[in-house]
Write a protein that binds this ligand. Structure first.
Ligand code: S3P
Length: 417
């Protein structure tokens, strides 16, 4: 695989640019927005809340009228497959003294929402839903919140962000402490919109009553999407791939640290650390990979990259152990089960463990009929696996890939021609 490419905009940053633009006063412009289905769900939800949003491809204009400019929707808000949309949205709605019902797809219906509804109720929001508000459909009536000091049982940027967003209009100070640091895009972007977020180790706090001012956001490429091509470049023979303008926020670069530990030939060029979200070009060449242990506080820094790292591990010398990653069970699918089941069909030596997996390599993979299980990252991982497998691989339900990576197959094919 050879060539120079760009991956679509970062999903986490794209969601936040639309949401924060909707909360701000004035016209926010966004360039490089990810046009995947998840971010389109966010745009649609905020349009239903009365915000004017105009989109032309990856360029978006959001005409915010402040938090108080949001209006009680006449329809149910549907977040589709997007965990980030529903959890951050609930944090925002917790401030608003009107009624909203939020639903999502089949996968969202299985994902735990108690991790955000519990602290939001503690702040004073009225929330109900299936199993007492732990699962969708969820309805919420917010307003009159009080700040809390919340000790989150999980390292989750979605939980942290929901609480900080609720804290924007709560009385006093709202703080969240995590067991490990999760991605910090909310903290960075709130600063870019003129708000003050205090960072004290694992505790992040915000004072209520702050107003967001519209700004211009330039979204860098998504390192979680680049990850598929970084691993492809490392495991496909005679490869050399360069990916331009990839976000390298340190809370997201666990994949680079692990690939380096695995002895992958990766180079980082033209890094810009001045931007609110740093970015760089990343180059990769075919590599002789070595097994590693992936555990502890690096897990939140690469949680979305574990499916593709599991594929890399099938080509590495030795046994790779992934642990402390039970959060994988509550992603778009149970990613311990789906990764293990699908890679096994292709001949991998892989086993599920309580909180991760064990993979021994190198193993020659063979083509098989496999399934994404409706999970975009599983679909893309299997497509990369098919590039090194003998024979034909058939992947069921690849349409899920447009959740985070429209144009994925075209780019994969372009590198091979
Ligand atoms: C995200 C946070 C992560 C990640 C998800 C996007 C975000 O989830 O897996 O793809 O944008 O905040 P958790 O915060 O639940 O770990």
């Amino acid at each position: 695989m050879n060539g120079t490419m760009k991956v679509p905009g970062d999903k986490s940053i794209s969601h936040r640019s639309v949401m924060f633009g909707a909360l701000a006063h004035g016209k926010t412009t966004v360039t490089g927005l990810l046009t995947g289905d998840d971010c389109l769900s966010t745009i649609e939800c905020f349009q239903k809340l009365g915000v004017e949003i105009k989109r032309d491809g990856e360029y978006v204009e959001i005409y915010g009228k402040g938090l108080e400019g949001l209006k009680e929707p006449t329809e149910v808000l549907n977040v589709g497959n997007s965990g980030t949309t529903i959890r951050l949205l609930l944090g925002i709605l917790a401030n608003l003294p009107f009624h909203t019902t939020v639903i999502g797809d089949e996968s969202i219906a299985k994902r735990p929402m108690g991790r955000v509804t519990l602290p939001l109720k503690e702040m004073g929001a009225k929330i109900d839903g299936r199993e007492d508000g732990k699962f969708t459909p969820i309805s919420i009536r917010g307003g009159n919140l009080r700040g809390i000091n919340y000790q989150s049982p999980v390292a989750s940027a979605q939980v942290k962000s929901a609480i900080l967003l609720a804290g924007l209009n709560a009385s006093g100070i709202t703080s969240v402490t995590e067991p490990e640091d999760s991605r910090d895009h909310t903290e960075r972007m709130l600063q870019a919109f003129g708000c003050n977020v205090k960072v004290d180790g694992l505790t992040k706090s915000i004072e209520g009553g702050q107003k967001l001012q519209a700004t211009a956001i330039d979204v860098p490429g998504d390192i979680s999407s680049a990850a598929f091509f970084l691993v492809a470049g490392a495991i496909v023979n005679n490869s050399s791939i360069k990916i331009k303008n990839v976000g390298i926020n340190p809370t997201r670069t666990g994949i680079l640290d692990i690939l380096e530990k695995m002895d992958a030939n990766i180079t980082i060029e033209n890094a810009n650390h001045e931007a609110s979200e740093p970015y760089a070009d990343i180059a990769v060449e075919t590599s002789n990979l070595q097994a590693v242990e992936i555990s502890g506080d690096i897990i939140p820094r690469l949680i979305d990259e574990i499916p593709i790292l599991a594929l890399a591990a099938t080509q590495a010398e030795g046994t790779t152990i992934i642990k402390d990653a039970a959060e994988l069970k509550v992603k778009e699918t149970n990613r311990i089960d789906t990764v293990v089941a699908e890679l096994k069909k292709m001949g991998a030596n892989i086993e599920a463990t309580e909180d991760g997996m064990k993979i021994t390599g190198p193993t020659k993979l063979h083509g098989a009929r496999v399934s994404s299980h409706g999970d975009h990252r599983i679909g893309m991982m299997l497509a990369v696996a098919s590039c090194i497998a003998s024979g034909v691989t058939e992947i069921e339900n690849t349409s899920a890939i447009t959740i985070s990576y429209p144009g994925f197959f075209e780019q994969l094919q372009a590198l091979q021609s």
